[in-house]
Every structure is written in C-alpha cells, then in structure tokens.
Design a protein around this ligand. Sequence first.
Ligand code: SF4
Length: 132
Amino acid sequence: MSPPGPRSAAARRHSFIVLHAYEETNMAQPMHPGGRRRFIRLAVSGFVAAPFALATGPARAVDTVPESDPTAAALGYKIDATKAAGRTDKAATCASCNFYSGKAGTADGPCSVFAGRLVSAKGWCSAYAKKG
Ligand code: SF4
C-alpha cells in the first residue's frame, strides 16, 4: 500500500513523533516481525487520519458572537435583527452588511467588526453599513 498524495509538514511531524515514541519505549526489546508490520499499519492509518484532524480543527476554532459579548452589547448586536432596538432600516441585517463575509444562504458568517467571529446572517448591530 502506498501513501496517498503529498503529506503536510504537520502530518510528517506527527508520524515522526509516533515512530520515535514507539522506538524509545521498545528499544530494550527486539521487535517481533509481526509487531513491526502491525506498527507500520497503525502509523500509516495515523498519517491518513492526521490531515483530516488538521483540516477540521480550525473550523471548530471559530466561535459565534453571543449577544452577551461586551462589544456586541455595546453595539446593540442582536442575533434576530427584528429585536434590535436601534434598527430603523427594516431590510438591514448582517447578510447585507459590508462587514459581513458569510456565503449567501448560510445561517451565519464572519464579521470583521468582531475580528472574524461568526454573527447571525439575520442579526444586526449599530455598526451596520450597507454593502455598496
Ligand atoms: S457590523 Fe454588520 S455584520 Fe457585523 S454584527 Fe454589525 S450588522 Fe452584523
């Protein structure tokens, strides 16, 4: 079995660490031929799984802005724009705001006012600026 595609530096580092941790814990005992084969199978499956773990990690790291966030509260941010007291334009929502970079049709997206944290597409705050 040959390894799939080019490996990332993180995946190579992961395999290196796994290999050396295994060698250090087993240096006093000669490796059984079946044990080596089993280890190689585990190492290969580990380096196949590592890129998926790395690819999904950052997505989980982005958090959603709650209304209780101090900046959100100061800007009167509401997840549901219809509940925002200072909103005069009834069509104004985060989805049509210049600071919003979420994809059309998604429930939330990054807002640059909140350093890229997620805001509701149907939300609103007093920093609203209509997309030009
Ligand atoms: S700045 Fe715009 S996108 Fe960000 S929370 Fe306020 S209204 Fe929504």
